[in-house]
Unconditional design. Structure first.
Lengths: 140, 706
């Protein structure tokens, strides 16, 4: 099946009902997307599909045919969100961080505080109490 | 060169974590690797009658208790030898491991059905009527009975707290790799590499050097990866030994929630004598912790709980009696705060009720009784100049504008309340002496390496220890790196627990650096290593001469230093749904010295949010000894929308027992939020004494008080 992965064309043969998360981690060796709950509650597996944040543990692979998928690896390492998360304490244990950054990315430029708070409500972090994450998103 | 301590230097693990490059255990694969799975009991108590495999065993590795040679090996080495790795016959709790399966195809593994028949016994599910006491602790100061009899006012109360699940976002997981020499290497998400090392040596009957434990990047711990990893590591190792191939075991969320440890539920009774003007004259405290089916760490949790049970207050007559008891539920274990959040919850809600009973301002009541330098605690420990209870209280009251809001919210659906608390840094009493922690520092041509078993679990260990080493040695922060904890390489610097890594491990590290500096004179350590070869300095914990502790009488200096905190919580009650929304928590923490202010604020904010969750959201529903809501869908931890805004103030009142004056910080933030939130609810006129204060419970309280 063909799709675009982090800006490059990709072709992967995997069962259509395999979870997108598993395809990314196991077939594409992109282990930046994490599994925290497997039921769409924690958001650690968040990636962008055609610009929209989705929890990849609930998305069957078939659904991304011809779509554009972006994972944390697609950001390189110099994205302002990445820098702000690293500098301002937005990442502690780091397991929610890739998903959190992808969800923050979908907020677009200069989101208001309420937009940040609502936009990240599907991403659980157990380390930060979210304050440092707000500071990072506001800074970026 | 500018010092790094006190500055927000870039965290060592920052870039790998924000790019997705950091490798957690589930990100690793080994050639020939199998997946492992645990088959668990579905009853709380009884005996196994029969086991039947409902699938084709071809390609499966199966391990049962009988595969563990020698009965004495089948115990998880910790405090007592009572918890088997695999139940042979007796079942003592729901989700108890019975047998292990491994297969290279994960789908086939998950489809495999094992039918187990049981003979059921009646389980003990109520801690208050448990016939089995794991540990009893008594703390005595003065003559409580006489002082209570003479007290002008006596206030009594019972307070209850529930289980709490850690919900580290990375579930428990390990990979066991059998080595050609007959040894075993385990990679895993864990806090205490040497706890796992000890457990595997006993289980596999292997010498020190044949067992190797490597901590992989760890996605949160909070105590949940203190003792439990020994169990899952043992299971994976048993499978790997039998299969002769690497075995990966990763729990899914439900298994992690249902089968692994939780915060001990508590029932705490207070009887307190006072003068009419609010002076504490006698405190009688009874602490009951539900330990679950096996002893695990309950005696130590009870110990910290009891020592903190009288709160940060001075009183000449104190009696604390604590018991940790058995129930037929999965063992409860270490969780951030380790007993102190439970007992200080009770103390601080009780203080609020005392203020209500006396018709007294709750701030004033705490001011009168707060420990001051020169006062003694319940164990008779004399407070030094860094005792900051009053400072924390005053700062929190001012910062939160407590009095104005207290008046303004009266008669509305908003409430404001506070809690004053403290937390001892490091192991209790003589614990650090018994641990004999070792730390190494090595100068090499490419830089300086810190060798410790202390794990980075998000709190910033690598960064903070590098700062301490850099400044103590007088080299730039960038020249110092922490080695990945690997028992083949690092000495046993003790477990990553008890708010001890900065103060205790950091303190030993500081001494290593000072010794290295003495040895190399003015040289750059890299230059020294180029000329003379690598230089390794190792130091062991050295008990400060003025710290004394009596384990049998529970008297003396329980901790070398204490952090001090005061939380002010503001809440709003929805009068239709009875939901309590936390709006804001003002958090003042005195922690000696903030080695890295961003990391410290992160600990305080995260711990506070976790404490608010414990108070309001996090309800473990137990049915017939099993957690009935083992999913994040219905065991809810705070999201952005459930978490109040957090306003953190850090005060620094240095201790001479920590590097650069630093005390511990990791646990204290979870001591205060729950009582502060409940006291804010009490401000609404609702008599809440138990948590979690979920809407159902709030409705009962509201209806009862009408």
């Amino acid at each position: 099946m063909r799709f675009t992965l982090n800006g490059a064309p990709a072709q992967v043969d995997a069962p259509p009902m395999k979870r997108l998360l598993d395809v990314l981690r196991e077939e594409c060796a992109l282990t930046g997307s994490k599994e925290g709950c497997g039921e769409g509650e924690c958001g650690a597996c968040t990636v962008l599909v055609d610009g929209q944040p989705v929890v990849s543990c609930l998305v069957p692979f078939a659904q991304v045919r011809d779509a554009e998928v972006v994972t944390i690896e697609g950001l390189g390492g110099d994205h302002p969100l990445q820098k702000a998360f690293a500098d301002l304490g937005g990442a502690q244990c780091g397991i929610c961080t890739p998903g959190m950054i992808m969800a923050a990315l979908a907020l677009g430029p200069k989101p208001s505080f309420e937009e940040i708070r609502r936009g990240l409500a599907g991403n659980l972090c157990r380390c930060t109490g979210y304050e440092a994450i707000y500071r990072a998103v506001e800074e970026a | 060169m500018s010092p790094s301590v006190g500055r927000n230097v870039p965290r060592k693990d920052g870039i790998p974590k924000v790019t997705g490059a950091a490798k957690y255990v589930d990100d690793l694969r080994f050639p020939g690797m199998l997946h492992g799975r645990t088959i668990r009991s579905t009853i709380p108590r009884g005996r196994i009658k029969s086991i039947r495999f409902g699938f084709d065993l071809d390609g499966f590795t199966v391990v049962q208790a009988g595969d563990i040679p020698g009965e004495k090996c089948n115990f998880v080495a910790l405090i007592e030898a009572d918890q088997p790795f695999l139940a042979a016959r007796e079942i003592n709790h729901y989700a108890e491991p019975i047998l292990l399966l491994a297969h290279e195809d994960r789908d086939r593994l998950l489809e495999a059905k094992v039918e187990i028949e049981y003979e059921r016994d009646i389980p003990v599910l109520d801690a208050e009527s448990s016939p089995v006491v794991f540990k009893e602790i008594r703390i005595r100061k003065g003559d409580v009975d006489r002082a209570m009899a003479e007290a002008e006012v006596v206030v009594e109360g019972t307070y209850r707290t529930g289980h709490q699940e850690h919900v580290y976002i990375e579930t428990n997981g390990v990979i066991a790799v059998p080595e050609a020499n007959g040894g075993m290497t385990v990679y895993g998400s864990l806090q205490c590499p040497y706890y796992v090392h000890k457990a595997l040596k006993a289980l596999l009957e292997l010498p020190d050097d044949r067992v190797r434990v490597v901590q992989t990047e760890t996605g949160g711990g909070f105590g949940g990866k203190e003792e439990y990893p020994s169990v899952i590591a043992g299971h994976a190792a048993l499978l790997a030994r039998k299969a002769g191939r690497p075995v990966k075991m990763i729990y899914d969320r439900e298994e992690d929630m249902v089968a692994t440890t939780k915060r001990h539920p508590s029932v705490i009774r207070h009887r307190t004598g006072l003068t009419r003007d609010g002076r504490l004259v006698a405190m009688d405290v009874d602490v009951l912790l539900d330990g679950g089916a096996y002893v695990t760490l309950s005696p130590v949790v009870l110990s910290r709980g009891c020592i903190h049970a009288a709160g940060p207050y001075r009183c000449d007559h104190v009696r604390t009696v604590g018991r940790a008891v058995m129930t037929n539920t999965p063992p409860n274990g270490a969780f951030r705060g380790f007993g102190a959040p439970q007992t200080q919850f009770a103390m601080e809600v009780h203080m609020e009720r005392i203020a209500e009973a006396l018709g007294m301002d709750p701030v004033r009541l705490r001011e009168i009784n707060a420990l001051r330098p020169g006062d003694t605690t319940a164990t008779g420990q004399r407070m030094g100049d860094d005792c900051s209870a009053l400072q924390a209280l005053q700062a929190a009251v001012e910062r939160s504008d407590f009095y104005r809001k207290r008046a303004e919210y009266a008669g509305t659906h908003r409430g404001i309340g506070l809690a004053l608390f403290y937390h001892g840094s490091g192991f209790t009493g003589s614990g650090e002496v018994h641990l004999k922690s070792k730390v190494s520092l090595e100068a090499r041509e490419d830089g300086v390496r810190v060798l410790v078993a202390s794990a980075e679990i998000g709190q910033g260990t690598r960064t903070m220890l590098s700062q301490i080493a850099a400044d103590a040695l007088g080299v730039p922060y960038e020249q110092v790196e922490c080695v990945q904890p690997d028992t083949a390489e690092v000495p046993d610097s003790g477990p990553t627990v008890a708010s001890r890594t900065c103060m205790v491990v950091g303190g030993i590290l500081q001494k290593c650096a000072e010794e290295m500096r003495e040895k190399i004179g003015d040289a750059d350590p890299r230059e020294y290593a180029r000329r003379h070869g690598p230089l390794l300095v190792t130091r062991q914990y050295d008990k400060p001469h003025d710290i004394t502790w009596d384990d049998t009488e529970y008297r003396g200096d329980a901790y070398a230093a204490y952090g001090w905190g005061c939380d002010v919580a503001e809440v709003e009650l929805d009068p239709v749904t009875y939901e309590v929304r936390p709006l804001r928590v003002t958090v003042v923490h005195e922690i000696g010295k903030a080695i890295h202010p961003v990391l410290v604020a992160g600990q305080i904010e995260g711990g506070t949010a976790q404490g608010v969750g414990w108070a309001l959201n996090e309800h473990v529903v137990m049915r017939d000894g099993a957690m009935a809501n083992g999913q994040l869908t219905n065991y809810t931890i705070p999201t952005t929308l459930d978490t109040p805004r957090l306003d953190v103030v850090i005060l620094e009142n240095p201790t001479s027992y920590g590097p650069f004056g630093a005390k511990g910080v990791g646990e204290m933030p979870i001591d205060g939020p729950a009582p502060a939130v409940v006291n804010a609810i009490r401000h609404l006129g609702l008599d809440v004494r138990d948590i979690p204060a979920i809407p159902e419970r709030m409705m009962e309280v509201a209806c009862a008080s009408r």
